[in-house]
Design a protein around this ligand. Structure first.
Ligand SMILES: Cc1cc2nc3c(=O)[nH]c(=O)nc-3n(C[C@H](O)[C@H](O)[C@H](O)COP(=O)(O)O)c2cc1C
Length: 205
């Protein structure tokens, strides 16, 4: 099948793309509502994009009522946010936290999701996720016709579950099975980490 993208609506393209670009990591993003509560929402248009400085990117859309999603508003106004890598076992909390609630109403309080305070950061992290990237807004770009908000976050601190960590030659080594990352597929489908393949890279000439 050849897909001529110009022949499809934005909705049709979105439906197709999220089934083809798989598996996607999930950024479970906690941001500051500015009223003493915290917003939590998942985003799978997500990746780390540079290491110097360390920057990650999430791509955030609009609510149906033509307002920016709360995550976009919060990061735009208050800068600090925390991106978690959720575990497979957190899939129902992840899905619940994607509910569209009025701005300022916390998914964390609404769905009883536990949080705790990481040392040296003004925002809490979600209990149980193995990784929490503590970020500050680096830039927000508006991309495309809708447009989508491409939010770049500079990672200042990373909390990692000690269980997943070892050290070798001055580097931090992570056991992916201990991270147990949740992956997003198309529709309402998710995946867990499957078999891990180890392949040696070709020698440099
Ligand atoms: C696993 C998962 C991944 C999602 N990925 C995205 C995404 O990349 N971009 C986006 O705009 N919405 C995405 N959504 C939808 C948002 O989570 C949803 O619109 C949420 O209500 C936004 O919350 P907020 O308004 O509190 O920021 C995703 C939903 C789920 C369940």
């Amino acid at each position: 099948m050849i897909v001529d993208c110009g022949q499809y609506t934005a909705d049709q393209m979105y439906f197709l793309l999220i089934q083809l670009v798989i598996p996607r990591p999930v950024a479970w993003v906690l941001s500051d509502n500015g009223n003493g509560t915290h917003n939590l929402a998942p985003f799978s248009f997500f990746n780390a994009i540079t290491a110097n400085p360390p920057i990650l990117m999430i791509s955030v859309g609009w609510k149906d009522d033509k307002l920016h999603k709360d995550t976009w508003v919060n990061i735009g106004e208050r800068s600090h946010f925390v991106v978690h890598i959720p575990r497979g076992g957190q899939v129902h909390d992840v899905s619940n936290s994607s509910s569209v609630l009025p701005h300022g109403v916390s998914e964390i309080e609404t769905f009883g999701i536990a949080t705790e305070s990481p040392e040296g950061w003004p925002l809490p992290r979600v209990t149980g996720a193995a990784v929490a990237f503590c970020c500050e807004k680096y830039a927000i770009y508006e991309i495309g016709r809708d447009p989508q908000g491409l939010i770049l976050g500079k990672i200042n601190r990373i909390w990692i579950d000690e269980e997943a960590v070892s050290r070798s030659n001055n580097r931090i080594v992570i056991d992916p099975a201990k991270i147990d990352p949740l992956a997003r597929l198309g529709g309402n489908h998710y995946a867990l980490l499957g078999e891990i393949l180890t392949v040696k890279r070709p020698d440099k000439p």
